[in-house]
Design a protein around this ligand. Structure first.
Ligand code: ADP
Length: 473
C-alpha cells in the first residue's frame, strides 16, 4: 500500500509544535509495518538543505489554478528510511516565519496542495493521501473536483483552533468551484474554511485522542465546527499520538550532558542541580516547575499569570520557555527581571527544552483544551510529573497520582489532574504537587512508574493502518 503523508511541518526539518513531532515519527512506524510511505512538505527557508542533503530531483510542477502559473521545484532526501519531498517556491515559502500572519497564507498552502497532487501525477498516485490540518485540507476536495483522482483520503485534525479561514476571493485564485461555496462544504460565515472543506470531502477523519474526538463535537470545544463535525461523525476516529521513543530517550538524548534511566535515576538529580546553577536559579532542593510551549491562551497560561504572586510565596524554582502572544512574553520577561527564582527563555530552543524536561520535577500544562499534547508524554518519559487539566489528550494520557495502586488501562501515566476553569482549582493542583514532592518515596515511585510506561507509536500506527485498509477495501 502506498501512502503520501502531506504536512506543513516535520521534525527535524522544521518544527513549531506537536504536528512536526507526529509528521517526523509516525511515517517511520507505518513504514516498519509495511506501508510504503513518502512525506511531502513545503520547502521553507528555515530548512537546512545542506545538513539534510536535499537533492534536486530535476522535477518541476507548474500549478495554474487561477491565472498566473506558479512553479515548484522538487527537492528530496531520505531521512531515517523515509523518502521526503520538498516543494520549493521561494516567493511563497522563503519568509521570516513559516506560518506568520501573512495575508496570502491561504494562497501559499492552497498552491502547495495543488502542487502535491501535481507531484503525484509525475511520480505515481498513492492508494491513500494522509493529510494534516487546514494547510493540506483542500487536497480531498481538489482530488475529486479538480483532478479526478480516485485515491482515498484520511484527514487528521491536530488542532481545531486553526481552520484556515480566508476571504472568498481565494475561490477563484485557487481555481475552486463556486458551486461548492455552500454551507455544507466551503462556506463559513461568508468566508472560505479549508478545514471545513476537508472534513466534508475526506473519506476518513481522525483526530489525535479519543477524548478530543468527543469534545470537538461539543459547543464548548467545537470551535464553531461542532455541528459540521457531528454531521460527519460516522467518518471520525480518535487515535492517540505516540512518542518517538528513539528520539525522546533520557538514556541517550544527545542534547543532555549526562543521561539517566530507571537504574541510573540518581543522575536526574545531578542534571537538576547543574541546570539550576547554569540558569542562575537558587536552591536545588526546591522543586523545579517548568512550562514549555507556545504562548497562546489554549495552553492555559492565564492560570500561571493570574496566580503567580501567590505561588511566589511557596518557594520553588520555575523555568519557562516559549514564544507567542506579546502579552505573555511581556509578562514573563518582567518576571525574569523581578524574581531570582524564575528563568525565562523567549523563543524556540530544542536543546534547552530537553534539558528542562530532564531536570524538572513538574511540568505545568493546564491547557484549556488539548487535542493530544506531547509535552506531558515527554515529561513523563523524562521523569517530570505533569500537572494537567482534565481535557482532550491530557485526559487520555495522565491519571491522577492517587490512582497509582489501581488497575491501569491504556497508555496512561500519573500526574496531578485538576478540573474546572477557576484559578483556585489550579492552585490546589500546585499545592498537591508540593505535597507529593514532600513525600520523597511516593514522589520517586510516581516518577519511576511514569518512566516505565509505554507511549510508543506501535499501537496507534496499527490503528492508522486499519483506517487505510478499510478505505482500500
Ligand atoms: P502544540 O502542538 O499545541 O504546540 P504539543 O504538546 O502537541 O503542543 O507539542 C509541543 C512540542 O513542541 C513538544 O515537542 C515541545 O517540547 C515543543 N516545544 C514547544 N515550544 C517549544 C520551545 N519554545 N522550544 C522548544 N520546544 C518547544
Amino acid at each position: 500500500m502506498t501512502v503520501y503523508f502531506v504536512a506543513s511541518e516535520a521534525f527535524p526539518f522544521v518544527k513549531t509544535g506537536g504536528l512536526a513531532d507526529v509528521a517526523g515519527s509516525l511515517p517511520r512506524y507505518l513504514q516498519k509495518s509495511g506501508v510504503n510511505i513518502s512525506v511531502i512538505l513545503p520547502c521553507y527557508a528555515q530548512i537546512d538543505q545542506k545538513r539534510f542533503e536535499l537533492d534536486n530531483t530535476g522535477l518541476e510542477v507548474a500549478v495554474r489554478p487561477g491565472d498566473p502559473e506558479t512553479c515548484f521545484r522538487v527537492l528530496s532526501c531520505r531521512y531515517r528510511e523515509i523518502r521526503f519531498y520538498f516543494l520549493h517556491n521561494e516567493s511563497l515559502f522563503f519568509r521570516e516565519e513559516i506560518y506568520g500572519d501573512y495575508a496570502d497564507n491561504g494562497l501559499r498552502f492552497g498552491l502547495f496542495s495543488h502542487a502535491a497532487i501535481m507531484l503525484a501525477e509525475k511520480i505515481g498516485k498513492p492508494d491513500i493521501w494522509h493529510l494534516n490540518d487546514w494547510h493540506t485540507a483542500l487536497i480531498p476536495y481538489l482530488l475529486i473536483k479538480k483532478y479526478g483522482h480516485d485515491s482515498k483520503t484520511v484527514l487528521t485534525i491536530h488542532n481545531l483552533g486553526y481552520q484556515g479561514v480566508f476571504s472568498k476571493k481565494i475561490v477563484d485564485e485557487l481555481g475552486l468551484l463556486w458551486e461548492d461555496f455552500t454551507l455544507d462544504c466551503m462556506e463559513f460565515y461568508g468566508r472560505i474554511n479549508f478545514l471545513k472543506t476537508g472534513i466534508a470531502m475526506a473519506d476518513r477523519i481522525t483526530t489525535v485522542s479519543p477524548t478530543y474526538a468527543e469534545e470537538m463535537q461539543t459547543e464548548a470545544l467545537g470551535a464553531n465546527l461542532n455541528g459540521h463535525i457531528s454531521a460527519h461523525a460516522h467518518k471520525l476516529t480518535g487515535i492517540l499520538n505516540g512518542l518517538d521513543s528513539e528520539e525522546w530517550n533520557p538514556e541517550s538524548d544527545s542534547h543532555l550532558d549526562s543521561h539517566f534511566g530507571l537504574d541510573t535515576y540518581e543522575n536526574k538529580k545531578l542534571i537538576k542541580k547543574n541546570i539550576i546553577l547554569e540558569l542562575g536559579l537558587k536552591n536545588p532542593e526546591k522543586p523545579l516547575f517548568v512550562f514549555i510551549g507556545r504562548f497562546v491562551s489554549q495552553k492555559g497560561i492565564a492560570f500561571i499569570t493570574e496566580t503567580f504572586k501567590l505561588l511566589q510565596q511557596i518557594g520553588f524554582n520555575m523555568a519557562i520557555i516559549g514564544e507567542g502572544a506579546f502579552r505573555y512574553r511581556d509578562f514573563f520577561a518582567k518576571l525574569l527581571t523581578t524574581y531570582e527564582n524564575v528563568y525565562v527563555y523567549l523563543g524556540y530552543e530544542e536543546s534547552l527544552s530537553r534539558k528542562l524536561y530532564a531536570a524538572s520535577d513538574f511540568l505545568l500544562m493546564p491547557s484549556l483544551y488539548e487535542p493530544c499534547g506531547l509535552n506531558q508524554i515527554i515529561a513523563m518519559r523524562y521523569g517530570s510529573v505533569p500537572i494537567v487539566r482534565k481535557t482532550g489528550g491530557l485526559n487520555d494520557t495522565v491519571a491522577d497520582f492517587e490512582a497509582i495502586d489501581q488497575e491501569f488501562s491504556g497508555p496512561r501515566g500519573l500526574g496531578i489532574v485538576f478540573e474546572g476553569l477557576e484559578v483556585d482549582s489550579f492552585l490546589v493542583a500546585v499545592m498537591r504537587a508540593l505535597m507529593l514532592y514532600g513525600m520523597k518515596d511516593e514522589f520517586d515511585r510516581v516518577v519511576k512508574f511514569n518512566m516505565t510506561r509505554e507511549f510508543s507509536w506501535q499501537d496507534s500506527a496499527k490503528k492508522y493502518i486499519s483506517e487505510y485498509n478499510h478505505l482500500k477495501g
